[in-house]
Design a protein around this ligand. Structure first.
Ligand code: NDP
Ligand code: 8X3
Length: 260
């Protein structure tokens, strides 16, 4: 049976929560009465989400501008978090992005750096930095937002897919290393979710981004938030290792049925 009150007054940190999937996760946790910490690179967007989180029911909200790619900034950010927002009950590593959709031979090296630095290294920095707080709390949870792209690569997405494969493998290793603690590790692997993800991938090309979601009924950010709650609210002896979720008409990253 799910424990629907487990998040009440507990501290939950969601990275990249100013929009898309992260915002939906933060709002879902707020609605369960969690104290929510959020970070991202845009101060104005964080201000807006802070107000929404309070309205959704969070008893306390803490926001701070952070680029997860910056190792020193991650440490300083965590130092600046007020003591009552620690110890942490859950870390949701959501911040991430794709850049470009093209053959490896044509890929920009800067795009590779951005994806690997955000999706892999940023996630590692956040995890390592808050781990003592999670362990100190005597309970806890790390939820990583991976992707079906991490299970099977699709054409023209090699480096994004590789970065999400790293999230899967790191989650597996972390789960083993933390097996002697009460911390649970969950890797959520969504298929196509309608967010700003494609707009970011195609650097603001609205037409190209909208085409990704045309003719399908894609997942919504709230669907992934529901998956996160499912994992967080499982009984203490139950660890949801992975959730793979796609829209009904999507089979893999590269295979989906589109209405013409
Ligand atoms: P969005 O572009 O809507 O949201 C991405 C979020 O990540 C933004 O809030 C952004 O905030 C934040 N972010 C990006 N880079 C950084 C950084 N360096 N430091 C801190 N925050 C950062 O996309 P989604 O909501 O779709 O993506 C969320 C996660 O879900 C990503 O990890 C993505 O790979 C994954 N995913 C998405 C799928 C999809 O189809 N949409 C499917 C499977 C997985 P800001 O710009 O303010 O920093
Ligand atoms: C994003 C989902 O299918 O575009 O991680 O790779 S997909």
């Amino acid at each position: 049976m799910r424990n629907l009150t487990v998040l009440k007054n507990r501290n939950v940190l969601v990275t990249g929560a100013a929009g898309g999937i992260g915002r939906a996760i933060a709002l879902a946790c707020a609605a369960r009465g969690a104290r929510v910490l959020v970070c991202g690179r845009r101060a104005d967007a964080l201000e807006k989400i802070a107000a929404e989180l309070k309205e959704a029911g969070a008893p306390a909200v803490w926001t701070g501008v952070l680029d997860v790619r910056d190792r020193g900034a991650v440490a300083a950010w965590w130092e600046s978090v007020p003591a009552d927002f620690k110890p942490l009950y859950a870390l949701v590593n959501n911040a991430g992005l794709a850049r470009g959709l093209s053959n490896v031979r044509e890929n920009e090296l800067d795009d590779w750096d951005e994806m690997v630095d955000t999706n892999v290294k940023g996630l590692l920095y956040m995890t390592r930095t808050v781990l003592p707080s999670l362990i100190g709390a005597g309970s806890g949870h790390i939820v990583n937002i991976g992707s079906i792209a991490g299970i099977a690569a699709y054409p023209n997405g090699a480096v994004y897919c590789a970065s999400k494969a790293a999230v899967k493998t790191f989650s597996d290793g972390l789960r083993q290393d933390l097996a002697d603690t009460t911390i649970r590790v969950t890797n959520i692997q969504p298929g196509t979710v309608e967010t700003d993800f494609s707009l970011v991938r195609f650097r603001g090309d609205k037409q190209r981004a909208e085409a990704v979601y045309k003719g399908i009924d894609p997942l919504r950010p709230e669907d992934i938030a529901d998956n996160v709650l499912y994992a967080l609210e499982a009984p203490a002896h139950v660890q949801i290792c992975e959730i793979t979720v796609t829209a009904t008409h999507q089979a893999t990253g590269g295979v989906m049925f589109k209405r013409s």
